[in-house]
Design a protein around this ligand. Structure first.
Ligand SMILES: [Zn+2]
Length: 398
């Protein structure tokens, strides 16, 4: 549903206007420009995953904002990547905290702002990382501030955890994410929503990565052709086999995405390798595909084949806990006069880790827009108050 029809259903009905939800929406509508300026501030601090100094800079900026809300800041120093940031905020109730999860690294190299500035163009706000996921961080900040303004203090404890390495696999943050999720009642992930309708994500595929290395024997392609063992030919046969592991009905896909090998046309190649992306919809398929990959044997016995890698992120499956959390979100949206959709997507996030532990997780609560990781990345400004109202409601009830 677009915002025009939503406005019609919300603003025109006197019944809707009496609801507390309506008050919340107007509260955030009035602060829409402030939310936009917070997002702009975050987008204008560039923070590619591979630049520790830059990512540490945005970590500090966000830590300052959260400590102004009374949060207790804990910085996890990371050597290779930027620091990770945990902020605990106290609440009125003794309930378990809800974990607000996200990342401040982006896929854009330093200097991208010069060609992709943060700009308002009609209803769009553009810029590197504006959708994935700096608007999500800004929504956290504004939802928390609003809840404090409405209740005096937060209605329940909240932990915010923002990582520096999500776009490169979350290796250095995963253990902390999992530890914090274990002590939370639910995990709300502020990654971008799905599609123009802003659906939340209730299922994500698990992700694996494998490296296949074939070793043959080099020789002169003219003088000693028979003495050579062609690694590229062997790899070609392996690629056909590996690609055949795909089972679309199970949501299991295997993509050979990068190949390399050989040195010159007149040399029988001694080496060739392939990088393979594996996606699984169900955890129960993980062991099977892993075994298939590891059981690859050379067609040509004179070749050697080595397999490394494995399943990195488990799938986020739509468990009963996930479905219940979605039902709460849909109820909050309904009070606002809006039908909130849900989506199952192929991409992974840190929500995969928390859902994999069985902790109720709802993902895609961040901005609405398009073009994540692309030059036309943007969010829709008119959607921000709706997202903030949804998030504030979920923090209370999750
Ligand atoms: Zn992201």
């Amino acid at each position: 549903m677009n915002s025009v029809s939503r406005e019609a259903s919300t603003h025109s009905s006197p019944e809707a206007q009496r609801r507390p939800a309506y008050f919340r929406l107007s509260y955030f509508e009035e602060r829409r420009d402030e939310i936009v300026s917070t997002i702009r501030e975050l987008v204008e601090i560039e923070s590619p995953s591979d630049s520790k100094a830059a990512v540490d800079g945005i970590a500090e900026a966000v830590a300052n904002k959260l400590s102004q809300l009374g949060g207790k800041v804990r910085v996890y120093p990371a050597k290779e990547f930027g620091n990770h940031l945990q902020v605990d905020l106290r609440g009125k109730s003794a309930a378990k905290p809800v974990l607000l999860l996200g990342h401040y690294d982006t896929v854009y190299p330093l200097g991208t702002l010069a060609t992709m500035p943060c700009r308002v163009v009609g209803d769009k706000l553009t810029g590197p990382g504006v959708l994935d996921m700096k608007s999500g961080i800004a929504l956290m900040l504004h939802a928390l501030a609003a809840l404090q303004a409405w209740h005096g203090e937060l209605p329940r404890p909240v932990t915010v955890f923002l990582v520096s390495d999500e776009e490169v696999g979350s290796d250095s943050s995963r253990a902390i994410t999992e530890a914090l999720a274990r002590r939370a009642s639910a995990v709300l992930v502020l990654e971008p929503s799905y599609g123009r309708q802003g659906a939340v994500k209730t299922a994500r595929k698990g992700v694996g990565e494998y490296f296949v290395k074939v070793t043959g024997k080099a020789s002169h392609a003219g003088l000693d052709f028979e003495k050579g063992v062609n690694a590229i030919r062997e790899l070609a046969r392996q690629i056909e086999k590996i690609s055949g592991f795909t089972e679309l009905k199970k949501g299991l896909t295997v993509n050979v995405g990068i190949v390399s090998g050989g040195s010159r046309t007149n040399v029988v190649p001694a080496e060739a390798s392939a990088q393979v992306d594996v996606r699984i919809a169900r955890m129960k398929d993980a062991a099977g595909i892993d075994k298939k990959m590891r059981s690859l044997r050379p067609f040509n016995r004179k070749c050697k084949i080595e397999i490394s890698g494995g399943i990195n992120r488990p799938p986020m499956e739509r468990t009963a806990g996930v479905a219940a959390l979605y039902a709460q979100a849909a109820a909050i949206a309904r009070e606002l006069g809006w039908k909130l959709g849900e989506a199952a997507v192929g991409g992974g996030s840190d929500g995969n880790f928390t859902a994999g532990l069985g902790i109720p997780t709802l993902d895609g609560l961040g901005g609405v827009g398009a073009g994540a990781h692309a030059t036309h990345e943007h969010i829709l400004i008119s959607e921000l108050p709706w997202r903030a109202a949804l998030l504030s409601g979920l923090i209370e009830r999750a």
